[in-house]
Design a protein around this ligand. Sequence first.
Ligand code: SDX
Length: 390
Amino acid sequence: STGAVTYDPGFVNTAATSSAITYIDGDQGILRYRGYPIEELAEHSSFLEVSYLLIYGNLPSPSELEKFDSRIRRHTMLHEDLKGFFGGFPRDAHPMPVLSSAVSALSTFYQDSLDPFDDEQVEMATIRLMAKMPVIAAYAHKKSIGQPMLYPDNSMGLVENFLRLSFGLPAEPYEMDPVVVKALDLLLILHADHEQNCSTSTVRLVGSANANMFASVSAGINALFGPLHGGANEAVLNMLRDIQSSGEPVEKFVERVKNKEAGVKLMGFGHRVYKNYDPRAKIVKETAHEILAKLGGNDELLDIAMRLEEVALTDEYFISRKLYPNVDFYTGLIYKAMGFPEKMFTVLFAIGRLPGWIAQWREMMKDPQTKIGRPRQLYTGEPERMYPSR
Ligand code: SDX
């Protein structure tokens, strides 16, 4: 027992590290950030407050939250040279490689935020990343649609500023939609951390070489881009659209999945840890109807998704393999209804996951015991042999 939870003895040997940040029980479908159930945080908290909780370990007092908020607002502006950086990418560049490159480039602009063992520098890196990554993400989107990049407005909070930078135009004032703000804030909370997933493990592994926070998070962004990980939310919408345009009943698509046709998977289903319904997917599904109704989302794709879920959850293939909807199954429909193109869905996942990456990197730097460090292997190659004499 770790004092907080009790594990089966067998499990202990499989754990790559220990962490005090996020707890998942895959069989029960439990997710807690610093002990708080995700359902409570989704209902009562905000993305900024959850970010503070993950990074500093406790919910902030009103004055602590206000100070965190104002520090982030004061660091949203990018160096003009970094702003020019976007011009070097092709017009149709996917925003994820642009995001990872620009985040890595932050280490060339901010030498006062690189030392992983200097508390003040770690704090500066934390605030700079929380402030600048959403701006970089919005600029990557503007680059891909050939629109001008606005300067941040520090009178706005993180989510509002990001929406204005993503959709605002210099020629007219941006009209903030409170429904979109609330929906995006909720989705960012749901993505904020998730224990030792692929991208977080990447952040820890790169950071275990004492690489700075920007370089480590940049590596995490690249891992998240994988379609089996964060890239799944984009893949789900493509899958739903293919089913829609094929006109085939979902049952036919499900048969193709079960027959494992050419790598066809039910994207947005299954999970390495959850062998029950992903609690985040449950929350997203509950709000999807409400949000799509208000935003005028694509109901037909939502109907296809609901039908797919209905068929899969009653089919032995999925039941026997404990395949349930994960966080990516419904989120893309909401992002689309907000006005984001598919290419931006995984970028939105990255913005949500940022506080988790930062918290996990800081925890590892403080406690070398939790460094994944250098994994060992079992060698399965040739026995020793000599170079042939010629
Ligand atoms: C995320 O780790 C995290 O916490 C990640 C994440 C986070 O917050 O960071 O939760 C975010 O990455 C969610 C997952 C998003 N990915 C997808 O939705 C892509 C589709 N899902 C999969 O590829 C798959 O389910 C994984 C990779 C997510 C999990 O795979 P598992 O649990 O290791 O299962 P497996 O690959 O060993 O497959 C077990 C069986 C296989 O069939 P058999 O060989 O036994 O016949 O289940 C099948 C697989 O073929 N299977 C699927 C399937 N997922 C697994 N069959 C159809 N569709 C699927 N989605």
